[in-house]
Ligand binder design. Structure first.
Ligand SMILES: Cc1ncc(COP(=O)(O)O)c(C=O)c1O
Length: 485
């Protein structure tokens, strides 16, 4: 039996990890919050073992751990005693609210968005969700083999800050061949996807309160990052030619975030005229432009228009590419083609942020591109995406006119459809009914700063096969019929 008043009578084990760790943690906690004072004698191992219904060696191990940490000391013939480790004063008071930074306060004021959405098991069978990549099992296996051989080449040192050189060379070469973008490996900074690219650009270019323009509708993860950083975010409308440059604010703007090749999420491709107008505006007002070129590889038909970076003579465009769409988002690799004026600052910001992206993945990706397998994979994906796109667009066109209107769909892996006869008041019920049939639909209006006049849906189709997409269209048709009745 333990002594009558001992705090050790009230030890509560938290059931995390091994028993001896639980016992040591409970005693340590009691010492730290003052329930067991310095010089208190801990009960014999056999007494505490009986009390807690554990073995004696288990308690002995916990005591040895506490002695090794300096919380207790074992003396021959006088047992184990708590040491005088605690200075006077309380260390158990919880942090006061308001103790976090302004950055954290801004984060708390933003709705939580994750790019993952609901777990796959909780999603409808035919989910027209944007963001699902197209992944061929074959590519994935080849990637796996690539990774293990890359691990041998990558070595164990910290990565070079700008990125693994063979990968940077491969990216520069790819961009000049495929996108007509003239740059060399020294301009490329490998980053953890578009999201990290934006974070680094914010650190290098924006002070809290600086004004930034985003498109309306917009990419929420970029907008949130800018708001969390403390930027004042203004939206500018999109029409059928892209950003309405004539409506850009007159106030001084530090940065403009755009998706000209395939506006996210409307699907509009910015015309050449608008691109030139935007560059002229940026030169006149001194704004930097972040060009997010996230999915141009999946353009159908004509070659995509030249990038803003290609047209930029002033060095104001920060071109950002990502492998999230062309390969898969778990890779977390992308790149910035850095303008000369801020190149070194971006490299330093990257160094302090994470000391460089993981070398093994970079080496695997470099080998994948250099061997030609990346472009083979792209050609195959483009073909598959095009047939999925044809299947869903053709199906929806059969419903067009009466019930819906289809937005631009020639690029990327998503498009928007607009309801003609359904009001916002019936949208939720429509989506719920679709879900009950196994069809996942996602409204477009949350992507708008200024809501559109009628409801619409963001249709992502890369994650479903042609057959599944045909079924999805049939289910959608049934929902339209029943709401029209
Ligand atoms: C507009 C836009 N930009 C960029 C990306 C890619 O982001 P990341 O490279 O951080 O995965 C996405 C992915 O969904 C996107 O929708």
């Amino acid at each position: 039996m333990l002594g009558p008043n001992t705090e050790l009578n009230r030890l509560v084990l938290d059931k995390n990890g091994t028993r001896y760790h639980q016992i040591a943690r409970a005693i340590r906690q009691a010492v730290l919050d003052g329930r067991i004072g310095a010089e208190s004698r801990l009960p014999s191992a056999s007494a505490l073992a009986a009390e807690l219904a554990v073995s004696r060696p288990c308690v002995q191990r916990a005591y040895r751990l506490l002695c090794a940490e300096g919380f207790a000391v074992a003396r021959p013939r006088s047992g184990t005693r708590v040491t005088q480790v605690m200075p006077p004063g309380d260390i158990s008071a919880k942090p006061r609210s308001g103790a976090t930074s302004r950055y954290a306060a801004r984060l708390q004021s933003l709705p939580l968005i994750t790019p993952i959405g609901a777990p796959a098991s909780a999603r409808p069978t035919f989910d027209l969700l944007y963001g699902e990549p197209l992944v061929h099992a074959e590519t994935f296996h080849s990637w796996r083999r690539n990774l293990s051989s890359a691990a041998l080449r990558a070595g164990t040192a910290y990565p070079p800050t700008g990125g693994y050189l063979p990968l940077r060379r491969a990216i520069a070469n790819y961009l000049s061949r495929r996108r007509g973008l003239s740059c060399d490996a020294s301009d490329i900074l490998v980053v953890g996807g578009t999201q990290q690219a934006l974070t680094l650009v914010e650190r290098v270019l924006l002070n809290s309160g600086d004004r930034v323009v985003v498109e309306d509708p917009r990419y929420p993860l970029a907008t949130h990052s800018l708001l969390a950083h403390g930027a004042k975010v203004t939206s500018c409308r999109i029409d059928q030619e892209g950003l309405v440059v004539s409506e850009l604010p007159r106030a001084r703007i530090r940065l403009t975030f755009v998706t000209p090749s395939h506006q996210f999420p409307s699907g509009v491709v910015m015309t050449l005229g608008r691109r030139l107008q935007l560059l002229q505006w940026a030169t006149r007002t001194g704004s930097w432009i972040l060009e997010d070129d996230y999915d141009t590889e999946f353009h159908s038909g004509d070659k995509p228009l030249p990038t803003l970076r290609t047209l930029d003579l002033a060095g104001r465009v920060i071109y950002v590419g990502s492998f999230s769409k062309t390969l898969f988002p778990s890779l977390r690799l992308g790149y910035i083609v850095c303008p000369k004026a801020i190149r070194d600052d971006l490299f330093r910001a990257k160094l302090l942020d994470d000391l460089g992206s993981a070398t093994t993945e970079q080496a695997a990706l470099g080998a994948f591109i250099n061997s030609g397998r990346y472009e083979r994979h792209l050609r195959k994906s483009l073909k598959e995406i095009a047939s999925r796109r044809r299947a869903i667009v053709k199906g929806l066109q059969g419903l067009e006119g009466r019930h819906i209107e289809i937005g631009p769909y020639q690029a990327g892996m998503h498009f928007v459809i607009w309801f003609l006869g359904l009001g916002f008041d019936r949208l939720d019920a429509f989506i719920k009914r679709a879900k009950s049939l196994g069809l996942g639909l996602h409204p477009i209006h949350p992507y708008y700063r200024f809501p559109p006049s009628r409801p619409g849906l963001l249709i992502g189709y890369a994650g479903l096969t042609v057959g599944q997409l045909r079924t999805a269209v049939q289910l959608f048709g049934r929902c339209l019929e029943s709401q029209a009745r």
